[in-house]
Each structure stands twice: as structure tokens, then as C-alpha cells.
Ligand binder design. Structure first.
Ligand code: MG
Length: 236
């Protein structure tokens, strides 16, 4: 069965009948939902640029499915923030349900990879951090999680060394491979699944490398995986 995410990430419009259903019966949307789990502070130099401690265990938070940005749509800077940052990240798509997944079997639980942007209201996040409050207002807002075209992991030569980058207005601003991660894909999947059952269609944002910065209306963001452009976002 095709999920809501599939509609949104492959850029198709919802069928007319479902569009009608969606607006008339918003609370009883019939398609299965999914969740987005995001890892924070997974690259040493990014933790340092935000003056955070390097964690000894994965830090994670969540975004709802309403954080997805429908394909071909622009990202509008929300009214509540003056400091929205881009954070480019490798994104995994979970392919089967799992709980308490052992690290050694974790690779079986995702089958596709892409790049995504974890848009962050840094001004709000800073206030929340200072007060010890949850990050959701800074992280989970609508359209804060644009996700690129997925590619099968079988197409990638080395899953431990995936090169990705973000260009801002044609200039590279973030670049890394997941070799630089503090916690590997396997560690992340194993750790998160101790707390939360992972289900088919869920996404995991695996953390951003250094180079985050503010976006402004008119900016053009392009994210690449192994040199291939998988995501294109206009900021308005
Ligand atoms: Mg992030």
C-alpha cells in the first residue's frame, strides 16, 4: 500500500478523491502515517561550531509527517523565526518493523538513502536550550524536513563512506562523508529502536556536518549524494 510519504516524496499529487478527503476530514486521513527521527550532534566539528558538548550517546528528537515539504514546493521562512538554518543530512528510509534491533543486524532495517535538510529555527532552539525546554518549536514545524529523491542502498559502493554536500546559491557550504559521524547508521538504528519501534516508511535524519548557516528569501539550496543532485529547494 502506498503511504502518505510516498505520495509526497515522489512528487505526485494526491488523487482528487483523497485531496477532497484530506481537507474535509483532516483528522481522519486514511493513509498510514510515518515518523521522522533526527539525530543531533553527530559530527564533532558541528557540535563544536554550536558550542555543544560531543555526546557519548546519540541525541535524538522527532519531527511529525507534516514536516515533510511536498516536492516542487518552495520553503517559506516561518513568521516566528529570524534565524532559520540549513542542516544537510543523510536520510535513511526504514524498510521493516523493528524493536531492540541489534547493531549487527541494523543494516537490514533500511533499504534507501537520500539527503534531506533539517531546517532549524536557531533563535528558538537557543532559547529552548537555555531554559532546558524541548526543541520541537525550533525543529518540528511544518515543512522543516525537505527530503530528496531516494536511491537504493545497493547502488552505493560503500555505505560507510557516502559523500554528500549542500550548495547554497551555487556555492558549497556543507560537505562530509558519514565516516565522520560519531554514531554510525547501525548504532543509531540500534539505539533509537530501544525506545521507539521503527516502522516501514519511517525516516531517520542522521545528523549534520559543520557549515550550518542562516537562509534568507531568494536562496537556492541543492543537496547532492555522491555528486548526484537529489534535492532542490527554493527559499521564499
Ligand atoms: Mg540536524
Amino acid at each position: 500500500m502506498m503511504g502518505r510519504l510516498d505520495y509526497w516524496t515522489i512528487g505526485e499529487q494526491l488523487p482528487q478523491t483523497l485531496q477532497h478527503f484530506n481537507t474535509k476530514h483532516l483528522n481522519t486521513f486514511p493513509l498510514p502515517s510515518m515518523k521522522i527521527i533526527c539525530i543531533g550532534r553527530n559530527y564533532v566539528e558541528h557540535a563544536q561550531e554550536l558550542k555543544n558538548e560531543v555526546p557519548t550517546e546519540p541525541v535524538f528528537f522527532m519531527k511529525p509527517d507534516t514536516a515533510l515539504l511536498p516536492k516542487q514546493r518552495a520553503f517559506y521562512i516561518p513568521v516566528f523565526s529570524d534565524d532559520i538554518h540549513h542542516e544537510v543530512e543523510l536520510v535513511l528510509k526504514i524498510c521493516k518493523e523493528g524493536k531492540h534491533i541489534a547493531e549487527e543486524f541494523a543494516d537490514r532495517y533500511y533499504d534507501q538513502v537520500t539527503v534531506g535538510i533539517d531546517f532549524t529555527a536557531r533563535d528558538i532552539q537557543q532559547k529552548q536550550k537555555e531554559k532546558g525546554l524541548p526543541w520541537e518549536p525550533a525543529k518540528a514545524f511544518d515543512h522543516s524536513a525537505p527530503v530528496g529523491e531516494f536511491i537504493s542502498k545497493t547502488e552505493l559502493k560503500d555505505l560507510n563512506k557516502i559523500n554528500f554536500r549542500l550548495d547554497l546559491n551555487g556555492l558549497m557550504v556543507q560537505q562530509a562523508t558519514n565516516e565522520l559521524m560519531i554514531f554510525s547508521f547501525a548504532k543509531i538504528i540500534s539505539y533509537v529502536s530501544k525506545f521507539i519501534t521503527l516502522k516501514k516508511g519511517d525516516l531517520i535524519f542522521t545528523g549534520t556536518p559543520k557549515g550550518v548557516s542562516r537562509v534568507k528569501p531568494g536562496d537556492h539550496l541543492e543537496a547532492f549524494l555522491e555528486g548526484k543532485k537529489l534535492l532542490d529547494v527554493q527559499v521564499r
